[in-house]
Design a protein. Sequence first.
Length: 250
Amino acid sequence: MTAERLQKLIAAAGLCSRRKAEQLLLDARVQVNGRIATLGDRADPEQDQICVDGRPLRRRDPARVLLLNKPQGVISSCHDPQGRPTVMDLIPAELRRGLHPVGRLDADSRGALLLTNQGAITLELTHPRYAHRKTYRVWVEGHPAPQILQRWRDGVRLDGLPTQPAEVICLRRAAGRSQLEVILREGRNRQIRRTADLLGHPVLDLQRTAIADLPLGSLPEGHWRALNKREWRDLMPAMGLSTTEPPQTR
């Protein structure tokens, strides 16, 4: 592993924020191999002993990415002040440290959601400039006419701004409802539900079935699995992150 700035290593270990870590360095409270470190110094946590206030810095947790099949009614958050169940309740306690959801899937929706302990992965998958596609299966009321589906594809105005073009096809029709496949490259708050309401066909059920090229597959609802190295590499081909073999599926 190459040397990195000490404030980054301290923050990555979960001790404090990077700004607070810079202050620790300015206050001469950080040592590397027994010597006082200064702001701008670098170290390799695999080879150097880093101490803060005389205590060894906890080693950074192995990078992890989990794919969760989120059930309806579960909040995409680490904590909920109202006491509702969160996605973290579905993950074993020994794996939760440092994990956070990558983006959101509203409480009324279900399906694919990623969790990771790596901020770079979160940025890669949620920043608009990367435009990763997300695929959904959506049951809506009624039978949208072809011109309605074309309006959805072309984009509608939400909060005064047009949505980006979407891929929308009708998969099947049933009594009083239709199942659509919707592929988006942006993620506004409740975008599919709001668009469907605007076009006169409210959502009855919404399931996210894939994130980028990663399908939900046969993963049961409420269960998770860790991505293997190949899946991780395919998901973030430009990041070059090193991984260890993931834990078991649950």
